[in-house]
Design a protein around this ligand. Structure first.
Ligand code: COA
Length: 334
């Protein structure tokens, strides 16, 4: 038998149609953390740019924060949940190996059996999700895709670890990716460097953690200096490659929204990219800490809310983190 399998194709172009954010209610200033790590507000601000972060309360679960951010994104897109064909949730802190949180989010939102799955690419997860969604819409496997970046990193933070306790935080951001008349999402530049797996990782896996005499959460660990060097130098090249692939120069750019890892990394990348003065640079980390997969949509939402960027502006996104994984693309602000 020589059956012919039908092929599909979707929209010629894609764009972000809506953006939403959820910031947890509990604000945690540096003062609350410094005693356990023998640090100071001044040291933390100087080394990371972080003034405060938000930790989720019991009720602010990964699912709850995802749904709240998603509802805001759908509202801006002018879409009902039933019009969503797929839900991609980028997270490393849904602490249930299976099932994924995405089907629960899709169900609570009221989608009609949308395809739903989680993506584990740490702080690069949101940009991975946007790339997947864009290709799904162009390939014809979905029309509207909800992409959520969400974390409750406070659950896996060792508050006595000087290298991580003051950096990581909680929150959620979401976008709707759908068809568009003009290109609104540029080609992704992405990759990984598994040789550097140990740079940011959980201390042990669940089996090892549970086998210990005094079982503990497998906390997050980081080689801060090495991560800093990698991010500050290599990620500017990835960001530049995303500009090149999109055919967009720095002079055409309105906003730079890197993963909010550390203010000094953002500054180093902005210098390496030679961004003109007028380009708005996302600095949400000062208020929000490093929220991994949630940081880019949260930071973009803040720029819009503060009036620093407007609908139709061109923004460069670059996510990077554990894996080491990275992904960058140029997008139009919804
Ligand atoms: N508070 C106060 N002092 C601290 C400290 C803390 N939390 N952590 C380390 N120190 C001290 C050290 O004891 C050391 O003191 P010394 O010079 O007297 O020996 C000094 O600060 C430098 O320590 P070091 O560990 O080399 O810190 P650093 O300069 O590398 O800064 C980070 C630490 C975490 C801020 C920095 O490495 C960093 O920003 N890394 C990238 C992190 C990141 O972005 N991760 C996210 C990727 S997704």
């Amino acid at each position: 038998m020589s059956a012919t399998i039908a092929s599909t194709s979707g929209a010629p172009h894609t764009a972000i149609l809506g953006l939403g954010a959820y910031r947890p209610s509990r604000v945690v200033g540096n003062a609350e953390l410094v005693d356990a790590i023998d640090s100071s507000d001044e040291w933390i601000q100087q080394r990371s740019g972080i003034k405060q972060r938000r930790f989720a309360t019991e009720d602010e679960t990964v699912q709850m924060m995802s749904v709240a951010a998603s509802r805001a994104a759908l509202e801006q897109a002018g879409l009902a949940a039933a019009q969503v064909d797929a839900v991609i949730v980028a997270t490393v802190t849904h602490l249930m190996q299976t099932p994924a949180v995405a089907p629960a989010v899709a169900h609570e939102l009221g989608t009609e059996h949308a395809a739903a799955f989680d993506v584990s690419a740490a702080c690069a997860g949101f940009c991975h999700g946007v790339a997947l969604a864009s290709d799904m819409v162009r390939g014809g496997s979905a029309k509207n895709v909800l992409v959520v970046g969400v974390e409750r990193l406070s659950d896996i933070l060792d508050l006595s670890d000087r290298g991580t306790a003051f950096i990581f935080a909680d929150g959620a951001g979401a976008v709707v990716v759908g068809p568009a008349d003009e290109p609104g999402i540029g080609p992704v530049v992405w990759g990984s460097d598994g040789e550097q797996l140990d740079m940011i990782r959980q201390r042990e896996d669940w089996r090892e953690a549970l086998a210990a005499d005094d079982p503990q959460m497998p906390f997050l660990m980081m080689e801060g200096k090495a991560v800093f060097r990698w991010a500050a130098f290599e990620m500017a090249k990835v960001a530049q490659a995303a500009l090149d692939r999109a055919g967009v120069g720095v002079d055409d750019l309105d906003a730079f929204v890197p993963h909010q890892a550390n203010m000094r990394i953002t500054d180093a990348m902005a210098r390496a990219l030679r961004l003109p003065e007028r380009v708005a640079i996302a600095r949400d980390i000062a208020e929000q800490g490093n929220t991994s997969a949630a940081s880019i949509p949260l930071a973009l939402e803040r720029l819009v809310a503060d009036g620093e960027v407007k609908s139709g502006d061109t923004a460069l996104l670059v996510g990077f983190g554990a894996g080491l994984a990275y992904a960058a693309q140029v997008v139009k602000v919804p």
